[in-house]
Design a binder for this molecule. Structure first.
Ligand code: SF4
Length: 113
């Protein structure tokens, strides 16, 4: 074989190259509890569509703007980001929270530095 397969060089997680369930409905990525004490924002730097927003205590991914690319997931130093279908059982509430927060009276805004 010549060189390294492209999939191993990619910053996108390898599992993103596998067929996804429910492909008829795009599954956004979700930020979970570990972000609360961190707000590292490395994810913000790599998001190609600027769909990661900042609330008072954590970051949120806009579920309608996320294109499901997976670039943010490996950047998070505290493993707070998951594809929606892989959110740990104990943190499933964050799936709904990432949706509801954008419909609240004080939705998250553009991240500050
Ligand atoms: Fe942005 Fe891609 Fe992460 Fe969605 S999966 S929040 S589009 S970097």
């Amino acid at each position: 074989m010549l060189g390294t397969p492209l999939i191993l060089d990619s910053p996108v997680p390898w599992h993103n190259f596998l067929p996804r369930p429910n492909t008829a409905e795009l599954m956004p990525y979700v930020i979970t509890e570990a972000c609360k004490s961190t707000k590292d924002k490395s994810c913000v730097d790599v998001c190609p569509v600027d769909c990661i927003y900042e609330g008072p205590d954590m970051l949120y991914i806009h579920p309608d703007e996320c294109i499901d690319c997976g670039a943010c997931e490996p950047e998070c130093p505290v493993t707070a980001i998951f594809p929606e279908e892989d959110v740990p059982a104990a943190q499933k509430e964050y799936i709904q929270l990432n949706r509801a927060v954008f419909k609240s009276e004080n939705p998250p805004g553009r991240p500050t530095r």
